[in-house]
Ligand binder design. Structure first.
Ligand code: CP
Ligand code: NVA
Length: 300
């Protein structure tokens, strides 16, 4: 692979290799392969971040590279310089880029015009790095995803939900998107997803029935702040709380990509009861992203 732009673009084999390598890298952080020696990478972020920014900064350094953080406000991109010009400038100076922004097309254009490895660190369409770390966490906790049923609850049309949909399509595990009509995956998007293992359910208790993993994300994704009040009102019945958990398998795990809004998509009680899993997910961002970079350098 030359880039990581989406889960959609990955094959089953590529996903499995990244997750396996992430587990190996996690076991021995001190002996990370120095695949980025002599390289300069840039993180270009036009949206906020804690986990993604820190895990990439640490990960790139652990792989022997150097890294600069460029917020949208710091570079001319924030004043309207087109992404296609930014890409051609940076492509002549740096060796790789990690981009968090709004339009997926910007990441695609950057990859094409810069000519350097490009990683999607979240767009409005996908959050591939998150899902790779989540799959690693499922592998560690449940021994793999084969035969497991995952339920994503809440905004079923957001970037994280869409990356889950592609993961299910590529890997073949069962995925339930539990969401009210207004927040179900758009038909135009689902038309491109192979039919099979994905079900959309608009009743919370029904959605979580028989699930091994319950997964949620913020109800108000970055860029959707103007819709906050409506989203919180409509999504209220979709909170992961003790009452809803009674309908899932007794040993089901609860996952959250973070940041979490307690009292909205998840209660404080459920969050704290599942903190080990949830903060493993956060930690695994580091290992999974290092694995992605190693695979990019190997062109595997
Ligand atoms: N989950 C995630 O991407 O977190 P950040 O927004 O803090 O990077
Ligand atoms: N769907 C969320 C994910 C945050 C990591 C957002 O885009 O804000």
């Amino acid at each position: 692979m030359n880039h990581l732009l989406s889960i959609e673009e990955l094959s089953k084999d590529q996903i499995e290799k990244i997750v396996d390598l992430a587990c190996v890298l996690k076991k021995d952080r001190k002996s990370s392969p120095q695949v980025l020696t002599g390289q300069q990478w840039a993180l270009i972020f036009t949206k906020s971040s804690t986990r993604t920014r820190v895990s990439f900064e640490v990960g790139i350094r652990e792989l022997g590279g150097q890294v600069m953080f460029l917020s949208g406000a710091d570079i001319q991109l924030g004043r309207g310089e087109p992404i296609k010009d930014t890409a051609r400038v940076l492509g002549r100076m740096i060796h790789g880029a990690v981009i968090r922004t709004f339009a997926q097309q910007d990441v695609v254009d950057f990859a094409k015009l810069s000519g350097i490895p490009t990683i999607n660190a979240l767009t409005d369409d996908e959050h591939p790095c998150q899902i790779l770390a989540d799959l690693q966490t499922i592998q560690e906790r449940l021994g793999g995803w084969a035969g497991k049923r995952v339920c994503f609850l809440g905004d079923g049309d957001c970037n994280v939900a869409r990356s889950w949909i592609w993961a299910s399509a590529r890997l073949g595990f069962e995925l339930v998107i539990g969401a009210p009509k207004a927040f179900q995956p758009q038909e135009s998007f689902m038309r491109n997803v192979p039919a099979g293992t994905i079900r959309v359910v608009d009743d919370p208790a029904e959605a979580v029935k028989g699930c091994d993993v319950l997964y949620t994300d913020v109800w108000v994704s970055m860029g959707k702040e103007a819709e906050s009040a409506d989203r919180i009102e409509i999504l209220k019945p979709w909170q992961i709380n003790d009452a809803l958990l009674k309908h899932a398998k007794p040993n089901a795990i609860v996952m959250h990509c973070l940041p979490a809004y307690r009292g909205k998509e998840i209660t404080d009680e459920v969050m704290e009861a599942n903190a080990d899993v949830i903060f493993d997910q956060a930690e695994n961002r580091l290992h999974a992203q290092k694995a992605v970079i190693v695979q990019i350098t190997r062109k595997a």
